[in-house]
Design a protein around this ligand. Structure first.
Ligand code: ZN
Ligand code: ZN
Ligand code: ZN
Length: 459
């Protein structure tokens, strides 16, 4: 049910009621698939595979299907009835979104977006809203290239322009309701923006005055003007970049080098064959990834201790500069801000600064993880302890290794290890992941395995 039930029009209330009542009368096998638990039932639903159009429509007429919508769905049929519509006029984005979809701009749900069009049909249209920078780059490229005495640009040059133009877009293509998509155009005229400017989905949300089952949206002109004024300068920078990219492409002085086949193409092709050969169906049943049916992912699974046997060296910068730290906090600072300045890892005793280390991608990172560790004290055992990422990793590895030796997959591997045991095994260095003392871990392992067994016996 909508949150603001009182604001919902009587017509829609009626439709929703018809829908819910009709729905509650359905056979019990389907009752877990109410509109609300669509998300939860998603995993259940993916295994529902229809084998014919008849079977599909039969099902849809009785119950919503997860992730998608349809003009045959009970809710849409009930809405059409409530609006006394002659029929329905939906588009592909409407059916490619679930029935509880909400417009990211005006925040209306589907039952509030629908309205009768002038033909008396119930209209449900969603649109892919896009930034027009890419089109503009292509246009400018065409104009500059055509204006040259000899055209030097080729197909690759155009591809370069399109790819680079993509990076100039202010937002990703986003599905919004047709009223909001239209409001973008209307607001541009009202606010007198540059013709190639477009408002982002969030910005549209700021100036539309949305009413249920009504369109087009009224527009808050002042707000639309304010957003344009605020973004104007940066938009000019983007326009300059468009020209720069377009002229590089027109001069064929670009840097794009195509591959005969991209990794993405290979992956797409493989997925077609994985589906064709039924691997996805098997994978769903077994709860694994489809391609993992074809190879042994962990060849050294016999050696559960391999994680700590390999020699690790850490190349690159050793100590973060104050600038590195500022950048880390600004760009990836969630964890840094989560713990206070005086925090030290209760296990390895490193300060926040000393826990900062290079990631695999060679950017500086700082992370903390809430972990369950082993404790005889029931209260301690119930609470998670905030550890540095490196202590947390070692705890997980130790638990997993013990589990693997005992033939068990543990949901919380770290919960097998005492803080003191973890502290004893790690070799601590600033700005580095921990290594472990293998001799100590070798001694610890049988203890962990015994502990695991006695915990299972206790269950
Ligand atoms: Zn909208
Ligand atoms: Zn558009
Ligand atoms: Zn630590």
């Amino acid at each position: 049910m909508p949150n603001d039930w009182s604001k919902t029009s009587t017509l829609v209330k009626f439709a929703i009621l018809v829908f819910s009542i009709g729905y509650s009368l359905l056979p019990t096998a389907r009752t877990h698939l109410t509109c609300r638990c669509i998300i939860q039932s998603f995993t259940v639903m993916t295994s529902t595979k229809f084998s014919s159009r008849e079977e599909l429509l039969d099902h849809i007429r009785q119950a919503p299907i997860s992730g998608l919508d349809s003009e045959f769905s009970p809710m849409m049929v009930a809405l059409a009835k409530a609006f006394e519509a002659k029929g329905m006029h939906l588009n592909r984005w409407w059916v490619m979104t679930p029935s509880d979809w909400e417009c990211p701009s005006c925040k209306r749900g589907k039952s509030k977006i629908v309205r009768l069009n002038r033909h008396g049909y119930l209209m449900g249209h969603l649109h892919e809203h896009h930034d027009h920078m890419q089109d503009l780059v292509r246009e400018r490229f065409g104009a500059l290239s055509t204006a040259r005495k000899t055209v030097v640009a080729d197909k690759l040059a155009e591809k370069f322009a399109v790819r680079a133009g993509y990076g100039l877009a202010a937002y990703d293509n986003t599905v919004i309701c047709s009223d909001c998509n239209r409001a973008d155009g209307d607001a541009k005229k009202l606010a007198g923006t540059h013709p190639n400017f477009s408002y982002s989905p969030d910005e549209i949300g700021c100036f539309v005055i949305a009413k249920d089952n009504f369109g087009p949206h009224e527009i808050d002109k002042q707000e639309a003007e304010r957003i344009w004024e605020e973004g104007k300068e940066l938009f000019k920078v983007r326009l300059d970049m468009v020209d720069q990219i377009a002229s590089l492409a027109a001069d064929n002085a670009h840097w794009y080098q195509p591959s005969t086949r991209t990794a993405q193409q290979i992956e797409r092709t493989a997925k077609i064959f994985l589906r064709l050969h039924g691997l996805y169906d098997i994978a769903v049943k077994e709860g694994v990834e489809a391609e993992k049916l074809l190879y042994t992912a962990n060849v050294f699974s016999g050696e559960h201790s391999s994680w700590r046997r390999k020699a690790t060296t850490f190349k690159g910068k050793n100590v973060p500069t104050p600038g590195d730290l500022d950048h880390l906090i600004a760009v990836r600072g969630n964890f840094w801000k989560k713990v206070e300045e005086s925090w030290i890892c209760p296990c390895c005793g490193r300060t926040k600064l000393h826990c900062v280390r290079p990631s695999n991608k060679n950017t500086w990172v700082f992370e903390v993880k809430g972990k369950w560790l082993f404790s005889e004290d029931a209260l301690d055992a119930r609470n998670t302890i905030l550890l540095c990422d490196d202590c947390s990793n070692v705890a997980n590895h130790l638990g997993r290794e013990a589990g693997a030796e005992a033939g068990e997959r543990l949901e919380y591997p770290s919960s097998l290890i005492r803080m003191q045991e973890l502290r004893d095994t790690v070799i601590v260095k600033s700005h580095c992941p921990h290594r472990v003392d293998n001799a100590k871990v070798d001694k610890l392992m049988p203890i962990l395995i015994d502990r695991l067994k006695s915990m299972q016996d206790a269950d």
